[in-house]
Structure formats: C-alpha cells, structure tokens
Design a protein around this ligand. Structure first.
Ligand SMILES: [Zn+2]
Length: 450
C-alpha cells in the first residue's frame, strides 16, 4: 500500500542557540514558543498515525469478513477459517496471535457497531488507544445501548487522555447499561481471583481481581502503611514502600511492620443517594475514584459509617452549594467538597486521585485569593510545584473550570467531572468524624502558602 502520509511539520524556526544568548525574557519566550512548535508538530504526526490506524482497522475488518465468507464455502469450517485468519495476521505483522485476535476483534466492533468512533479515528480527532477505551466498554453493552454510549464517550474523548477516557467510559457504561448493576455485579464477583503474571528480570506481578470497594480499601491500607514508614532516613520511594509493606503484611505477619498496620483502617469514600439509603430508590452509590457500585455494597458501607456529611446540591444545576457542617470544621469540610468535586488532580491529563493531592489556591492567597470552593483545586505535588515554579499559568473560570496556559502559549481547560447527582450523602465507613477524606495535604517544603 502506498503511504499517504503528508507531514506538515512546522519548524521551531529561528530559535536561538541556548548558549549564544543571555537569559533574557526574549530568548525565554522564543525557547518556550519553540518547544510549543515542536510539540504541535508531533501532534500533526499523531493525527496522521490515527488516520492510518483507521485504515488498518478497515482492512482487518474486511479480512475478517472474507474469512467468514471462506468458512461458509462447501467443505470449509468457520472456526478453522477464523483461526487461519488470526495466524495469517500474526505472522504478517510479527505479533503474537493473542494480539492479532484482539486487533481483529476491535476492528470488527469498530466497523460494525462503533462507526462514529472509527470516523473520529480516521479524522485524527482521537488516537487508537482512545478507540480501544471505547471498544472495551461498548463490547459488553447490548447493541441497542451502544449508540447512545458511543456518542457520549466521543463527546468527551477529544479532550481526554486514553486513561481518563477509560475511566469516563466505564462510568458511562454503568449509567447506560439496561441491566441493573446488582445483577451484573453478582455475576462479575463470581470471577474474583488472584493470580501471578511472570515478568522479566526475576520479577512477577500478583494480580487481584476483586470487588472495587475491597480493591480500593486494600490500596488505601498499603498507602497509609507506606506513609507511616516514611522518615528522613528512609531511602526507599513511596512506590517501593507500598510494595514492601504489602509483602510484610502478607508474609511477615509477626513482624514490626505488620504490627503497625494493625492500627490502620482503610478509608474509602462513597457517595450515596439519600433515597437509596432510605430504601426508596435503586440508584447505585459511587465509590470515589471508581464510579458506580452496587446498592448492597453501598448500603453495607453506609451502615458501618460513624457519621455522614450531607452534601446539598442544587437540584437543577447539580452544582454543590455547601457541605453540611455537622461534623467538620470549616477547612475540613471545604477540603472534602473540593476532593469530592475534583476527584483527580486538575492539571490537564493528570489522574492522580484528589484525596492524594495538595489543595491549591488558584489565585494565590498572597494575591488576595480566597479560601473557597471556587478558588481551591486539587493538584498533585508534581503539578502543584510546576504551577508555582515554572511559566505554566492558571486562571479560574465558571463553575470551577481552570484555564491553563503553557509557556508556549497553548491553552487547556479542565473541569471537575460533572457526574454528581443531587441529594446524596457521602459516607466513609472507617473515617472518624472530623477527619475528612484521607490525609491532610502537607505544605510544600520551603514554599510560601499558596
Ligand atoms: Zn497532577
């Protein structure tokens, strides 16, 4: 096939050599623009790649169609014809047969039931990984529901990373699935299991397939344990401490670390529709950082909660107006509101959970910024530092939107995920009153208050 790539790459142009100029504002600006131009040129290549991926999808779907026709000929078998197709694609592309089978399957789904996604890929509006995220969720929806799901997922896809889109798509699938989450969860939890995946260099992964609430509770427990192990002398990274903590918990149960873990109670936050809590509605709860979970689990978690914070929201706009103050002091309930609204770090593309982020004054406190819901945003430590120590800038917008400006001048807007419903209560089965979503953000060392 003749390549149809036409590269429209703009050169970074007359960027001065870094060592030839003083660090003046002019050279700083020119370098920033140069970086922006290079990034934009890569984006052009990515669009062309996406268009070629769409072509590959069409060809694989066509090949699958031919394989089926072949399998229906007298004396042939559909099963053998399909196996032969997978082998043909795998050997031609030098990829494992499992990968070939998945690509063929994705191609057929995209061609057959997700035409708008395939068209968006062909235009380069989304990448192949975006398309995969949509296929992954659409495949388990009844055909009648896939159109509505596809439209909703695509509307968000253009502004999200593949990982963000995967999260949103899962949420949309839950909402649009005609079967109740109870029935689906009952069936899915039968598949719970733990297994090993061998890796290179003497390593292996333990994979646990668990109900989401249990998985999040385990994750939080090892995270709290790792934080408890931090000390000025500690040289291990947080990720290494999490891994070592898990090993100690399971294999060295008489050891010191396992003893420290006994005092830890997992914190997970679930928003509960009040009417569900009262038994008058079947609307599922939502696990913070995950999405909808079944009613039985929601009620069980709610029953174990020592306290509730009522979240009052405008029934029309669904925008949260205030957080009840029955149990929390002002900074704490405000923090809870920001964490629940933001869900993740608010830097473009970042998925760090909000309850593991710092809270940043969008307009600095020193410049008159208020400590209010509208002027606070969750930023992970990395992006919090970037905001204050580089030329990235941010301005607040309507309904807690953040308008980011890269040093090159490129602009991005992030908004809190708008999937809260009115009249919900937030509950955390293990969180004592007064201790709002997980740990308090620590101030950055040697930095002024933001
Ligand atoms: Zn971040």
């Amino acid at each position: 096939m003749k390549s149809q790539i036409s590269f429209r790459i703009t050169s970074a142009g007359d960027v001065p050599a870094a060592d030839a100029l003083p660090a003046s504002a002019q050279s700083r600006q020119a370098l920033a623009r140069g970086i922006g131009a290079d990034a934009a040129a890569v984006a052009v290549i990515r669009r062309e790649q996406a268009a070629l991926e769409a072509k590959a999808v069409e060809l694989l779907a066509a090949a699958a169609c031919k394989a089926d026709q072949l399998g229906r000929l007298p004396g042939c078998s559909l099963q053998h014809s399909r196996r032969s197709l997978v082998a043909e694609v795998a050997t031609t592309l030098k990829i494992p047969e499992s990968t070939a089978a998945r690509r063929i399957d994705e191609a057929e789904l995209l061609s057959r039931i997700l035409p708008a996604t395939l068209a968006a890929l062909a235009r380069g509006d989304i990448g192949y990984q975006h398309a995969q995220a949509i296929v992954r969720e659409a495949r388990s929806l009844p055909v009648g529901a896939s159109g509505e799901f596809e439209n909703a997922a695509l509307a968000e896809a253009v502004s999200l990373t593949p990982a963000q889109l995967a999260g949103r798509s899962r949420l949309l699938r839950e909402r649009m699935h005609p079967e109740t989450i109870e029935a689906r969860h009952r069936e899915a939890r039968e598949e719970r299991a733990v297994w090993i995946e061998n890796e290179h260099d003497g390593m292996a992964s333990v994979v646990c397939h668990l109900p989401a609430a249990s998985a999040f509770a385990i994750d939080d427990t090892i995270d709290q344990l790792a934080r408890a192990l931090h000390s000025p002398e500690e040289t291990r990274t947080h990720a290494q401490l999490r891994a070592d903590g898990l090993v100690d918990l399971l294999l060295h149960r008489d050891g010191e670390i396992a003893a420290r873990a006994r005092g830890i109670r997992a914190n997970i936050a679930v928003t509960v529709p009040v009417m569900t809590l009262l038994g008058r509605s079947d609307e599922p709860g939502e696990l913070l950082g995950y999405g909808p979970i079944d009613i039985e689990t929601t009620r069980r978690l709610a029953a174990g909660a020592p306290s509730f914070t009522r979240i009052l929201s405008d029934p029309i706009t669904r925008q949260r107006l205030s957080v009840g103050r029955e149990h929390y002091k002002v900074p704490a309930d405000l923090r809870a509101a920001v964490v629940l609204d933001d869900e993740t770090c608010r830097f473009p593309g970042c998925r760090r959970r909000a309850d593991r982020c710092d809270l940043d004054h969008t307009t600095d406190w020193a410049h008159g910024g208020e400590t209010s819901l509208d002027n606070l945003a969750a930023l992970c430590r990395r992006h919090h530092t970037l905001k204050h120590q580089s030329d990235w800038q941010v301005e607040p917008g309507d309904r807690r939107a953040l308008h980011w400006r890269a040093p090159s001048g490129a602009r991005y807007t992030t908004r809190p995920p708008d999937h809260r419903r009115p009249h919900r209560a937030v509950t955390n089965p293990n969180r004592p009153p007064g201790n709002v979503p997980r740990r308090q953000p620590q101030p950055l060392p040697d930095e002024p208050p933001f």
